[in-house]
Design a protein around this ligand. Structure first.
Ligand code: NAD
Length: 340
C-alpha cells in the first residue's frame, strides 16, 4: 500500500525542482501518494495570514509528513516567515542537516583529499526565533532569547539518538556559554545530563567561534554537532559551503507528530522560471525522507544514481566543470533516472 504524504511545491524555483525530484521518485517506483497542499507566498497575498489554507494545515496534520519546496516570505513588518511558522506550529524541534563530500562536486577539501561526513542538529523553535523584539527608545532595540530545559532536552536527546543510529562515535555541543551563561549555560548543562544515557558516544563541547575556525580548517575531525537555533543556522550554512554550497544541503525538520523535509536553500528568485536550478538538495532531502519512512531500498537506489550522475561530471550551472556544458533541471533529473 502506498504511503500518503503532503507535498507543497513552494515558490520561485520550488515547482521546477519538486517536479524533477518527483519524476525521479516515479522512475524508481517509490510507493508514495501525494496530496498537494496550498502553501506559499501567493496564499499570504490571498489573505491567509499563515501563508497556507486551512485545508493545507489539516492535510499536513493528518498525514504527518510534508515534503516542501522553498517558500518566499513577503518582505516587511507584520509578516512571519512561513517556514518559521510551520516549524513552530508543528513543534518540529530538531533540524537535521547532513553534509558530505560528493564526488564530482569540487571543493577545497575534496581537492585536498579530505572527506567530509558531518551532521548538524540545530534546535529549531526556541532562541531568538520567537522574534520577541521591541524598541525601548527610538535609539535602543531589545530582543529576547528564550532557551528552556525541556526544549533543549528534546533536541539534544534527538541528536544523541541520531548519532547512535548513524553509528557515529562523537557528538559535540557548540555554544557560547562563556558569555551567555544562563541561556547557553542551560543548553550545555542539559547536553551533559543527556550524554550520561549514551555512554558509547563521546560527548564534548566547543565554543562556537572556535568551532567555526576548526570547521573551515579541519572539518574532518567532527562527526555530529548540536547547537541552539541561531548559532546552528549560521554554522549549518557554513557547513553547506564546505561541501559545495546550498545546492547540496538537505534538511529535515523533525517533530514527534509531524516532520518536514526540504532543501536548505531558498526560492532563488534570480534564476526562477528559467528551468536551470539544481535539484540535488531537494533530492537529498527526499532521500532522507524515504529513509525516515522506512524505504531504505529506494533511498539507496536513488542516492547511488545521484552519486554516479555527479561522478560522471553531469552538472547544473551552479557547480561543476565549466568546460562541460551545464544541464538544465530536467536534463539533470533525466540523467539520474537513466542511472537508476
Ligand atoms: P536563496 O537560497 O534563494 O539564493 C541564494 C543564491 O543561491 C542565489 O544566487 C540562488 O540563485 C542560488 N541558489 C539557491 N538554490 C539554488 C539551486 N537549487 N540551484 C542553483 N542555484 C541556487 O537565498 P535568498 O536569495 O536569500 O532567498 C530568497 C527567498 O527564499 C527569500 O524570500 C527567503 O525568505 C526564502 N527562503 C526560503 C527558505 C525555505 O523555504 N526553507 C530558505 C531560505 C530562504
Amino acid at each position: 500500500m502506498k504511503t500518503k504524504i503532503a507535498v507543497a511545491n513552494g515558490d520561485g524555483i520550488g515547482p521546477e525542482i519538486m517536479s524533477a525530484v518527483l519524476s525521479i521518485f516515479e522512475a524508481s517506483n517509490v510507493q508514495l501518494e501525494y496530496e498537494f497542499v496550498e502553501m506559499g507566498k501567493s496564499y499570504f497575498d490571498a489573505g491567509h495570514s499563515t501563508g497556507m489554507t486551512a485545508l493545507a494545515k489539516e492535510t499536513i496534520e493528518k498525514l504527518g509528513i510534508l515534503f516542501k519546496g522553498p517558500m518566499e516570505t513577503p518582505k516587511g513588518k507584520g509578516v512571519k516567515s512561513i517556514n518559521v511558522t510551520a516549524r513552530k506550529v508543528w513543534n518540529t524541534y530538531a533540524n537535521q542537516r547532513d553534509f558530505r563530500t560528493l564526488n564530482g562536486v569540487d571543493t577545497v577539501f575534496s581537492k585536498a583529499g579530505i572527506p567530509i561526513n558531518l551532521t548538524i542538529i540545530r534546535e529549531n523553535i526556541e532562541d531568538t526565533y520567537g522574534g520577541i523584539e521591541h524598541l525601548l527608545t527610538y535609539d535602543v532595540a531589545v530582543g529576547r532569547r528564550i532557551i528552556t530545559r525541556p526544549g533543549s532536552e528534546q533536541v539534544i536527546r534527538y541528536a544523541f539518538e541520531m548519532a547512535r543510529r548513524k553509528g557515529y562515535t562523537k557528538l559535540a555541543c557548540g555554544h557560547k556559554a562563556n558569555i551567555m551563561k544562563l541561556t547557553d549555560g542551560m543548553f550545555l548543562e542539559v547536553f551533559y545530563e543527556v550524554a550520561k544515557d549514551f555512554p558509547e558516544i563521546e560527548a564534548s563541547d566547543i565554543i562556537v567561534d572556535d568551532l567555526c575556525m576548526k570547521l573551515v580548517s579541519r572539518p574532518e575531525i567532527f562527526q555530529s554537532i548540536v547547537l541552539t537555533n541561531l548559532q546552528g543556522d549560521i554554522v549549518s550554512d557554513l557547513c553547506a559551503g564546505l561541501v559545495g554550497g546550498l545546492g547540496f544541503a538537505p534538511s529535515a525538520n523533525i517533530g514527534d507528530n509531524i516532520s518536514i523535509f526540504e532543501a536548505v536553500h531558498g526560492t532563488a528568485p534570480d534564476i526562477a522560471g528559467k528551468g536551470i536550478a539544481n535539484p540535488t538538495a531537494l533530492l537529498l532531502s527526499g532521500i532522507s525522507m524515504l529513509r525516515f519512512l522506512g524505504d531504505s531500498a529506494n533511498a539507496a537506489r536513488i542516492e547511488n544514481a545521484l552519486l554516479y550522475t555527479l561522478e560522471q561530471g553531469i552538472h547544473t550551472g551552479d557547480f561543476g566543470d565549466k568546460s562541460v556544458p551545464a544541464s538544465n533541471t530536467t536534463e539533470f533529473a533525466n540523467a539520474v533516472i537513466a542511472n537508476l
